[in-house]
Write a protein that binds this ligand. Structure first.
Ligand code: G4P
Length: 191
């Protein structure tokens, strides 16, 4: 997606070979117009499937996922990273390790929002090691539902997430695919 790549070049900042800062438009301050264009791009690509819901994981996935849900006319389900004291009742829960942030947490979602036989689309801001995708997929399957597609705003293609997602047979679209990072430098994979 050209508009996104241009924005990354203009306002993103590669901290080092692993991390791209995009906090001025994606995961701290958010540009709603760009999010709208991102939602339309995912909507256009994933319209060929029949999905029952869009799923994301709090927090930075919410903005692009909401715009995608709007474009597809679907509800948005936000998986939580901790069990909320307010969310009562039965929850599905699975452990996830973040290699980027070097932390562990549980993905949690109320059982009442996942239904056997349904098919879901996951939208997230970054794909690095693929652990969120695997966690969401495992929760969907525990519910007797399935994960059918994955939409990623920024894929760090030099990390192992993409291969892991493809191994699962999931239809994946990444709007910006980054071949390499170095301090102050971003290189994209050719389309
Ligand atoms: P994985 O699911 O692909 O295994 O990813 P991993 O845990 O390694 O990293 C995901 C978390 O780290 C996400 O944040 C994501 O936004 C953030 N992240 C990964 N790579 C980058 C990067 O290059 N730049 C920035 N800015 N963030 C990155 P999170 O834990 O879900 O937190 P939140 O921001 O959504 O609350």
């Amino acid at each position: 997606m050209d508009e996104l790549k241009q924005r990354i070049l203009k306002d993103g900042h590669a901290l080092n070979q692993q991390v791209l800062r995009v906090d001025s438009f994606l995961n701290h301050q958010v540009d709603p117009q760009l999010m709208h264009a991102i939602g339309e791009a995912f909507g256009k690509y994933f319209r060929k499937h029949h999905f029952d819901k869009v799923i994301t994981v709090e927090a930075s996935g919410i903005a692009p996922a909401q715009m995608t849900a709007l474009a597809l006319g679907l509800p948005l389900l936000i998986m939580k990273k901790q069990t909320s004291k307010i969310l009562k009742g039965d929850m599905y829960k699975t452990p996830v390790h973040s290699f980027t942030k070097e932390n562990d947490y549980h993905l949690c979602v109320s059982k009442k929002y996942l239904k056997a036989g349904e098919k879901y689309l996951l939208i997230d801001d970054f794909l690095a090691y693929g652990q969120v995708v695997m966690g969401v997929k495992s929760i969907c399957e525990e519910a007797g539902a399935s994960l059918g597609g994955v939409g990623i705003v920024i894929e760090k293609s030099f990390q192992p997430g993409r291969a892991l997602v493809e191994e699962q047979g999931l239809d994946i679209l990444s709007l910006a695919r980054i071949k390499s990072l170095a301090e102050g430098y971003v290189e994209f994979l050719e389309a």
